[in-house]
Design a protein around this ligand. Structure first.
Ligand SMILES: *[C@@H]1O[C@H](CO)[C@@H](O)[C@H](O)[C@H]1NC(C)=O
Ligand SMILES: *[C@@H]1O[C@H](CO)[C@@H](O)[C@H](O)[C@H]1NC(C)=O
Ligand SMILES: *[C@@H]1O[C@H](CO)[C@@H](O)[C@H](O)[C@H]1NC(C)=O
Ligand SMILES: *[C@@H]1O[C@H](CO)[C@@H](O)[C@H](O)[C@H]1NC(C)=O
Length: 475
């Protein structure tokens, strides 16, 4: 989990996932099929897909191909020959990249309608980032989504994730030589702010060492990225600035805790008391999107068994209000996670996606058994800055989990001079957020009014920001 805090709906969801995790099926009977397949139809979507989707597996095992990475590849809907290629990882660590595809930046999304037991429907998302770039959504680390390994536990750590992703992208390009010369970007959000800059560094080092194929690495893009692991310390000033706690409590917290709100000395009773008050003030606030209230759909996040039971019971009587479409933004987000889980576990869907037989239940996030062997990615940014790669670091500015102020603080600590100072960036003559650029080719941008996964909340702004940055024009 990203940051310990009072349980929000999302965190309860995560806990329930942890509680009900099934073992990934033993894979002796998995039948390797074709490594890559074009997908022309998806169950739940009406008609042929109006974009190029390919799914497949890339095997990383040296000897007995027991490390199989599942990916979704969507060609740019504009000019795939010349548009950049991006590899995207979602947070977690261990959330399926299908989350990014279907809930954030991909060309399809779930139709928000009442679930009645039938396969959920998919519709187009007009603000897909595939309008301007080709994107590979990879299910990494192992254990995530439809990827598999004989021993998942043995392959889950930051460094392993970095090595695997690096191996994956070179092998993938080997199988797709037509994309080798395209400009390449790494993209990630949330918890993947820790491994993603490390992946960029490994790709860069690999290029320097002459590894083949050479990757036309240009830079990276990160959304609300965990970076220093100290992000929680910024929650306090952020909550104060948002009017969630009083001036008096804020002053008292500063005085008693001295800026350290994570590792509090157990003898520091005044600080602990203030922190308790702080958490009480935040009860009922959704930390992933502070404008919204906590969502009470957590039952949806349980295992399928629980849900099926509820559904069966309810379908015998009148449809439960539990299953009616929620009205708040956050609950709709959670409801889509639920629809996505129903969809991804349907046999017809797995067949259409060419998922191998014998893969266990699809979970949006598989977060257990992860070795957190990198505490901060700050040094990767230092190294990458020195090498001159471009970067876009953006923050949904209504996220309390990785507040924009914590992101600005580590960017400031890189000591690069400001080229184009803080100013609003616009969409349709309205302020869409604020931006600033630095001499290390880094652009920082906020997305005004967005939560933790900015494009999920502000899709128009997300696409405009991404495409302006990709094409090298000021935001
Ligand atoms: C569920 O609703 C869809 C329309 O949204 C309909 O086509 C389908 O027949 C319904 N299924 C059941 C089991 O009622
Ligand atoms: C899987 O890997 C873990 C961690 O390396 C190890 O402790 C465990 O014994 C392995 N399990 C099997 C069945 O090999
Ligand atoms: C940054 O680069 C230096 C020099 O190449 C290297 O020694 C160091 O390990 C790198 N930092 C990280 C976190 O990999
Ligand atoms: C930035 O400058 C400060 C103060 O001079 C220094 O302590 C720090 O090491 C510098 N950071 C980097 C990444 O060079």
């Amino acid at each position: 989990m990203v940051v310990p805090a009072s349980p929000s709906c999302f965190q309860i969801m995560l806990l329930l996932y942890l509680t009900f995790l099934l073992h990934i099926a033993s894979h002796h009977h998995i039948q390797p099929a074709a490594a890559a397949s074009k997908v022309e139809y998806l169950p739940g979507f009406d008609g042929p897909l109006p974009f190029h989707l390919e799914t497949g597996y890339v095997g990383l095992g040296d000897t007995n191909d027991d490390l199989q990475v599942f990916y979704y590849f969507i060609k740019s809907e504009n000019d795939p020959v010349n548009d950049p290629l991006m590899l995207w990882l979602t947070g977690g660590p261990g959330c399926s990249s299908f989350s990014a595809l279907a809930f954030q930046i991909g060309p399809i999304k779930f139709k928000i309608e009442e679930f009645n037991g039938s396969l959920p429907n998919l519709i187009l998302r007009s603000q897909s980032w595939t309008k301007v770039s080709s994107i590979i959504f990879a299910d990494l680390p192992f254990g995530t989504g439809f990827s598999y390994a004989n021993n998942v536990t043995a392959h889950r750590s930051h460094w392993k994730l970095i090595h695997h992703t690096h191996q994956f992208i070179r092998k993938w390009l080997m199988n797709h030589p037509e994309f080798i010369s395209n400009k390449f970007y790494m993209g990630a959000d949330s918890y993947s702010g820790i491994p993603a800059p490390g992946i960029v560094q490994e790709i860069s080092n690999g290029n320097d060492q002459g590894l083949q194929p050479w990757i036309n690495l240009q830079g990276y893009i990160l959304g609300n990225p965990v970076t220093t692991g100290k992000e929680s310390n910024d929650k306090i000033p952020y909550a104060h600035g948002m009017g969630l706690i009083s001036d008096e409590l804020y002053l008292s917290l500063q005085r008693n805790c001295k800026g350290e709100y994570i590792d509090i000395n157990s003898k520091n009773e005044v600080c602990l008391r203030d922190m308790q008050y702080f958490h009480e003030c935040l009860l009922g606030t959704n930390e992933w999107y502070v404008l919204d209230s906590d969502c009470k759909l957590d039952f949806l996040m349980g295992d399928q068994g629980t849900h099926k039971r509820i559904l069966t019971q309810k379908l015998e009587g009148p449809l439960s209000s539990y299953l009616t479409v929620p009205t708040t933004v956050t609950c709709q987000v959670v409801y889509c996670y639920f629809l996505g889980t129903q969809w991804a576990n349907d046999d017809s869907v797995r067949k259409a996606l060419h998922v191998r037989e014998g893969i266990g239940k699809w979970k949006r996030c598989y977060t257990t058994d992860f070795d957190f062997d990198i505490a901060t990615s700050f040094e990767f940014h230092v190294n990458l800055s020195a090498k001159g790669y471009r970067s876009l670091i953006f923050s949904g500015d209504h996220d309390l989990v990785v507040p924009f102020s914590s992101t600005q603080a580590w960017i400031r600590a890189l000591n690069y001079s400001i080229l184009d100072d803080w100013r609003p960036w616009l969409l349709n003559a309205q302020v869409a957020g604020y931006t600033r650029t630095y001499s290390n080719q880094m652009t920082f941008a906020t997305v005004k009014g967005a939560g933790h996964t900015a494009a999920e909340y502000k899709p128009d702004e997300g696409l405009v920001m991404f495409s302006r940055w990709l094409s090298n024009v000021p935001l």
